[in-house]
Design a protein around this ligand. Structure first.
Ligand code: NAP
Ligand code: GLV
Length: 307
């Protein structure tokens, strides 16, 4: 069995060693060293010509949770299952990232930081948690883990998904028709959606203004779900109080982009949740063994939906 690996990241050697160790029955090679018969691809942001080297591939493993980059590639072979990483050590990290942002917003860290710069000693009134609704856009693997972790803090939790979900302690909304009501009760909006044709540009001027006055946004999903200019305008006109952004239309974020200097924005360089090599390789190896035995696996992308 042959597995062909490609990742442009510095961790390529780590992935190679881990895959080879987890699949001793396979030969694992790294693009562009491609053998003639390739059974499985394990790729992140592959070059378009890579797929031509694997005409009989049985499945394509995406070395991350989001498959938007792969789905956009015209050379991606049709009819071959694309399988994404489910959790892969990312859920825990995402819980930390989102919890930090939620608590910072609720405890008005940005206001106190500004006061400190001014040398101002000014106590702000207690805020009732019951009035600080947290809305999770996306109730998938990451969204549900974040919901479970936030439950202990006592904020009213809501979640929005494509199909209705039942999640303990979370008021659930589904589909476009229920989005306005969901947004209207989200003092803190956390985006954990995949980037698909249905979600790109979702957070535009109109939707951002459906959030309550003074709301906060966290986007740890994909940059193209937000309309950048509309976000800046919503911060500038005071409708939004802050945005915490980990993902951007263009990465690295261009040095001249207004987000860098905006006083209402905290940004990080796509680090909210990093795919952990060992956990993910164990997941991929287990799935390859199931596929080899003709068994079904989870995490297969629905090409129509794009996630
Ligand atoms: P997932 O398990 O596939 O969950 C996606 C959720 O979004 C599901 O609840 C799904 O609804 C919902 N959704 C998708 N399209 C929708 C639509 N049009 N309307 C309403 N809801 C919709 O994905 P995940 O593993 O949680 O990951 C989510 C995303 O996070 C990834 O796609 C990736 O882009 C991003 N991510 C970012 C980082 C980072 O470091 N910044 C790390 C990992 C992942 P249903 O439940 O009804 O299907
Ligand atoms: C990271 O952004 C991922 O999708 O895994």
């Amino acid at each position: 069995m042959h597995v062909l690996l490609h990742t442009p990241n510095a961790t390529a050697g780590e992935w190679h060693a881990a895959l080879a160790a987890a699949l001793p029955e396979a030969r694992v090679t790294r693009w562009p060293d491609a053998p003639r018969a390739i059974d499985y691809l394990a790729v992140w942001k592959p070059p378009p010509e890579l797929f031509g080297a694997a005409p009989a591939v049985k499945a394509i493993f995406n070395l991350g949770a989001g498959v938007d980059a792969l789905m956009r590639m015209p050379t991606l072979p049709a009819g071959v299952p694309v399988i994404r990483i489910e959790d892969g050590g990312m859920a825990d990290q995402m819980v930390d990232y989102v919890t930090l942002a939620v608590l910072a917003a609720y405890r008005e860290q940005r206001v106190y930081a500004a006061q400190q710069r001014e040398g101002l000693w000014r106590q702000r009134p207690y805020r009732d948690k019951r009035a600080f609704g947290v809305g999770l856009l996306g109730l998938g693997v990451l969204g549900q883990c974040v919901a479970a972790a936030l439950a202990r803090f006592g904020f009213p939790l809501a979640g929005w998904s494509r199909e209705r979900k039942t999640v303990a302690g979370v008021r659930t909304y589904a589909g476009a028709s229920e989005l306005p009501e969901f947004l209207s009760r989200s003092q803190m909006l956390v985006c954990l959606l995949p980037s698909t044709p249905a979600t790109r540009g979702l957070l535009d001027r109109a939707r951002l203004h459906q959030l309550p006055q003074g709301a906060h946004l966290v986007n740890a999903a994909r940059g193209d779900i937000v309309v950048d200019a509309d976000l800046v305008a919503a911060l500038d006109d005071g409708h939004l109080a802050s945005a915490t952004l980990d993902v951007f239309h263009e990465e690295p974020l261009p040095r001249t982009h207004p987000f860098w200097q905006h006083p209402g924005i905290t940004l990080t360089p796509h680090v909210s949740a990093i795919t952990l090599v060992d956990v993910s390789v164990a997941q991929i190896a287990a799935k390859i063994r199931r596929l080899e035995r003709g068994l079904a696996v989870t995490g297969v992308v629905d090409r129509e939906r794009g996630y």
